[in-house]
Design a protein around this ligand. Structure first.
Ligand SMILES: *Cc1c(COP(=O)(O)O)cnc(C)c1O
Length: 382
């Protein structure tokens, strides 16, 4: 495993791990006939679907494209509402806007920062088309409660699992907890393809729609037409070019072989942080539910009462420690405030959490004594 971050001065909050085998897999595709819509795409899709235990997987250009594709497969369109958590990356809500629909922000549980099913229930209306849960920091949201809420109401349940590839809830992997599950392969996530995303589902009709949606709304792809010896194709609805290239997919398949190792390493480092914070009053980690095995994407702590977060942040950055803050609640971004007149008071738990949270470095290339260094710098700053 590459240890390039350990000796460098700056310890980022997240970082990819690229092996010789990854480079070799990409090189092999570059020397093959297919740079896009080739066999590496289906191979990567099978690897992720098989790992999750889901029937279908559709690879697309990014996690954001995957959200858009999943929402479109739910039939989200103008006039619809989609409930999303306030505490997430803006893309979760932005993709609702790409569909011409309206995002409705639900507050989160203050201990886990996962979407609060009781808050979702209060925001359902006859226009609600879908509910989106975000597996914040890597642990699955409360899917049993969310499934109960949407059951029999014609509302689709989508998992934004961009943080949680490899997480489990009551023994089931992410990818099987909601009707449609979205993954991102950005370099800070559990595995990377540079840019890339995927939607996983057991619903064959949704999968067929999404294959077409990523390819302009056309009913076949280039390789499929070659196999059938025909030039004809039909565009049946307005889709996009959201295809993921074989170059990216080959990297993804190679990375998937090391996912168990990456997850084990993240969990080991998180357990070390947990042990350190059990004996410290500088900060408290977020709670992880007993029914969940987190994929440990982010290690988020809540700073002690009275700590000045900006000063802690600056002190740690000054020590070469890449702390970060995930996230400003989406409804507080200027774009949303101006367009939807959202603002403070809409989701008080997310807003209060935002004032105190700090993301500490966590990625498979970190050394165990980096954890000590981070916690020591945090205690010094607080
Ligand atoms: C990373 C991320 C996305 C977007 O994924 P990209 O691949 O960067 O487009 C969406 N939602 C969440 C919660 C994310 O963390």
């Amino acid at each position: 495993m590459s240890r390039s971050t350990v000796n460098s001065a700056f310890l980022p909050y997240g970082r990819q791990q690229i092996s010789r085998a990854d480079i070799e897999a990409v090189r092999a595709v570059l020397e093959s006939d297919w740079l896009t819509t080739g066999p590496a795409v289906a191979q990567f899709e099978r690897a992720v679907a098989g790992f999750c235990g889901a029937a279908h997987a559709v690879a697309v250009a990014s996690g954001t494209a995957a959200l858009h594709t999943a929402y479109a497969a739910c039939g989200v369109g103008p006039g619809d509402e989609v409930v999303v958590p306030a505490m997430t990356f803006a893309a979760t809500a932005n993709a609702v806007l790409y569909c011409g629909a309206t995002p409705v922000f639900a507050d989160v549980d203050p201990d886990t920062l996962l979407i609060d099913p009781a808050e979702v229930a209060r925001r359902l209306t006859p226009r609600t088309r879908a509910v989106v849960a975000v597996d914040y920091a890597g642990q699955p949201a409360d899917y049993p409660a969310l499934r109960q809420l949407v059951r029999g109401r014609g509302i689709r349940l989508v998992a934004d699992a961009c943080h949680s590839l490899g997480a489990q809830q009551e023994g089931r992997r992410t990818g099987t907890l909601a009707e449609l599950t979205v993954f991102s392969f950005h370099p800070v996530k559990q595995i990377t393809t540079g840019e890339g995303g995927m939607v996983v589902t057991d619903d064959p009709r949704a999968a067929a729609f999404m294959r077409s949606f990523r390819n302009h709304g056309i009913d076949t792809d280039h390789r499929g037409r070659g196999a059938k010896n025909t030039w004809e194709y039909a565009m049946t609805f307005l889709g996009h070019n959201y295809r993921m290239s074989d170059i990216n997919c080959a990297l993804g398949s190679s990375q998937m072989t090391r996912l168990p190792e990456f997850l084990a390493r993240r969990r080991r480092l998180a357990a070390l942080y947990d042990a350190r914070f059990a004996a410290s009053d500088a900060a408290k980690p977020l709670a992880v539910s007993e029914k969940n095995l987190s994929a440990r994407h982010l290690y988020v702590v809540r700073l002690a009462e009275g700590a000045d977060r900006r000063r802690v942040f600056e002190h740690m950055r000054g020590r070469g420690i890449g702390v970060n803050v995930h996230y400003l609640p989406v409804h507080l971004h200027p774009y949303y405030r101006e367009r939807f007149a959202t603002g403070p008071g809409l989701c008080p738990a997310a807003e209060a959490a935002y004032e105190r949270i700090l993301t500490l470095p966590l990625h498979p290339g970190m050394a165990e004594d980096d954890v000590d260094r981070v916690v020591a710098a945090l205690e010094e700053a607080v």
